[in-house]
Design a protein around this ligand. Structure first.
Ligand code: GRG
Length: 289
């Protein structure tokens, strides 16, 4: 895992505009938002999925960087006063605190554009239709039927009590869609695209995407701000429905375990090529931060 994370840090540093380039304040803030922090779960998933389809690391790296930039943009906007209104992210002040709100908005906008620039100007597959599919996959995952739509549902449901199926509907979009895109982009940048394997990976991605959120809810309830690097216990303070508020922490943990089993089940038959995906399903469910 450490190797991919170090590789990603270097790639992101290279792919982001240099801090001294004009407009320097925006470029510096974009680098602040993306670099030195974060578990890099989505890039790790993209690289692991690329191992199944025999992807060249220099191709997966671009796809993974694009997904991570969309993720970083979502965190910057999510932390703004008009949304979650938070001051701490990845153990440091949020972008609108370190810079200002207008800059934070532009950081998100520019990161989103840069993500699409990267996956359209670099060759990521020998087959142009696969590359176009990657662009479309990332667009759908980030848009109103994916992450942005999930965020809207989240905002609309504050103060309401959601049942598990409604929570699932929201989180499949808000958190799950981008995780699924990370897996698919990694897979599609590979040399051997087998459609049955692709469906297996998609089933895997849906399970880990939801598991990620269930565990996130448990950690928000159980872990400390210092461990998480972001404000703990916010969900209940803000009147948000979570898996913990809906079914309790023990049942939420059991759901995460069930999703972990589903993820491993989807990988059955893929052998050693899917070893890292299996390890990541374990990490996502068993993590403490
Ligand atoms: C603003 C369009 C828009 C969307 C925001 C992803 C999101 C939607 C909001 C983030 C709020 C949040 C805490 C969501 C729960 C799950 C989640 C995505 C946590 C953060 O992801 P990690 O844990 O973060 O991978 P790091 O910092 O490790 O990259």
């Amino acid at each position: 895992m450490g190797g991919v994370q170090a590789r990603m840090e270097a790639a992101l540093g290279r792919l982001l505009p240099a801090a001294h380039l004009a407009p320097a304040r925006l470029h510096e803030a974009m680098r602040y938002a993306v670099l030195e922090g974060g578990k890099r779960v989505r890039p790790l998933l993209a690289f692991a999925a690329g191992e199944v389809s025999g992807a060249r690391p220099e191709r997966v790296e671009i796809a993974a960087a694009a997904v991570e930039m969309i993720h970083a943009y979502s965190l910057v906007h999510d932390d703004m006063p008009c949304m979650d209104d938070d001051v701490l992210r990845r153990g440091k002040p949020t972008v609108h605190i370190e810079y200002d709100e207008a800059t934070a908005m532009l950081v998100g906008d520019a990161l989103q554009s840069l993500a699409f620039q990267l996956i359209s100007e670099n060759r990521l597959s020998e087959n142009p239709s696969f590359q176009l599919e990657m662009v479309r996959t990332l667009a759908v995952a980030s848009g109103s039927r994916g992450m942005a739509g999930g965020q809207q549902i989240d905002l609309d449901s504050t103060g309401k009590s959601l049942a598990p199926p409604e929570l699932e509907f929201m989180h499949i979009r808000k958190t799950g869609a981008l995780i699924r895109a990370a897996v698919l982009l990694g897979f599609l940048s590979g040399e051997r695209i087998d459609q049955e394997e692709r469906q297996r990976l998609d089933r895997y991605a849906k399970a880990v995407g939801l598991a990620f959120q269930v565990v996130d809810d448990v950690l928000d309830h159980e872990a400390s701000t210092a461990t998480l690097g972001k404000t703990a216990g916010k969900d209940s303070k803000q009147g948000k429905s979570t898996y913990v508020s809906a079914v309790g922490a023990a049942q939420a943990r059991a759901m995460a375990e069930d999703l972990r089993a589903q993820a491993h089940g989807a990988l059955a038959g893929l052998g050693a090529r899917a070893r890292r995906l299996g390890e990541l399903a374990d990490f996502i469910v068993l993590r403490k931060f």
